[in-house]
Ligand binder design. Structure first.
Ligand code: AMP
Length: 303
């Protein structure tokens, strides 16, 4: 089954201890849809300005991403500038320029409205709400956000969460949103906002999944070379949702496998700047690393 994603398509300027790149392709929806496209069909809803090069459009189209929902309007594309120190788990945002996103009203093409899998990537929660209102009966709604929106629009975000099945955020954001330092307490507080399953991303320490019934912990793949963590969260979400939509299996076991596929995709993404690693990735490598995860985490039960 296909996925509908709404989020940012961006130019990023990123500095890590290992290099610096300006105006490279980024954005939450870009990373998400590229990652998900390894598993299923993706319909993208976003906006870019007239400065967005055809080369990037061609790349997304080459991944079979349906771009009928990608609006192009006069003005500049969304821009984000961030920096990472040696602790690559936390980005420091230096600049956010909403540009064409400032007046964007997402219009979901009629062909997309009956979608079963909806991903609200990191974007203004008011826009996430407008999308929810245009997609009447999705089977699974997942959502991401970031500190920028938690501090600027907490009430809008909480309204969105009432309709969300799976909420995917990083650990700093879970603490910020809940006001709880302890992650288990933070998770309980966020689940009480209406979310059924919460996935907390912890960078190089992996992810924790909380649902009403259980907790699942997955490590991150131990890598020797981590170059640029930008987009790791969205790439995780793309692999996760892509696998769920591909199998249609939202059982506990299905969600656990999807979490590992998400972790596999994120582990590739951080090996290079922008989407460069995803551009040269093939499905056999994904399967190989999935098996690596299985071996790495296998242990016997008690007799
Ligand atoms: P992450 O997966 O969390 O590393 O997401 C990184 C991407 O989020 C970057 O490519 C940015 O372009 C995008 N981004 C950063 N800030 C925002 C924002 N306030 N709204 C939407 N997208 C953003």
């Amino acid at each position: 089954m296909s996925i509908l994603v709404v989020g940012s398509v961006a130019f990023d300027s990123v500095e890590t201890p290992f290099g610096k790149e300006d105006n490279i392709l980024g954005g939450s929806a870009t990373y998400f849809s590229t990652s998900a496209s390894f598993f299923t069909d993706v319909n993208l809803v976003a906006v870019v300005g007239d400065d967005f090069p055809q080369e990037h459009v061609d790349f997304l189209a080459s991944r079979n991403i349906d771009l009928r929902g990608l609006a192009r309007i006069n003005g500049n594309t969304f821009r984000w500038k961030g920096r990472y120190g040696y602790d690559l788990n936390e980005a420091q945002t230096l600049e956010t320029h909403l540009n064409v996103f400032a007046d964007f009203k997402p219009r979901i093409p009629e062909e997309y409205a009956a979608t079963d899998y909806l991903f609200l990537a990191n974007i203004d929660p008011d826009l996430q709400m407008e999308v929810l209102n245009q997609v009447p009966t999705p089977k699974v709604v997942a959502c991401d956000t970031m500190n920028f929106w938690i501090s600027s629009k907490p009430e809008s975000l909480k309204r969105v969460l009432e309709s969300v099945d799976i909420f995917i955020i990083n650990e700093g954001e879970a603490r910020q949103l809940s006001g709880e330092a302890n992650l288990v307490k933070a998770a309980r507080s966020i689940l009480s906002m209406g979310v059924k399953t919460l996935i907390i991303k912890r960078g190089e320490y992996g992810v924790l999944m909380f649902s009403g019934f259980s907790i699942f912990a997955a490590p991150a793949y131990p890598l020797e070379e981590v170059f640029d963590p930008t987009g790791a969260g969205d790439t995780f979400a793309g692999g996760f949702m892509g696998y769920l939509a591909n199998t249609g299996d939202s059982s506990e076991e299905g969600i656990r496998k999807a979490i590992i596929f998400g972790s596999v995709m994120a582990s590739f993404n951080v090996e290079d700047f922008s989407l460069n690693r995803l551009k040269r990735l093939d499905y056999r490598e994904i399967e190989g690393r999935y098996r690596g995860f299985k071996e790495m985490t296998h242990f016997l039960g008690l007799p």
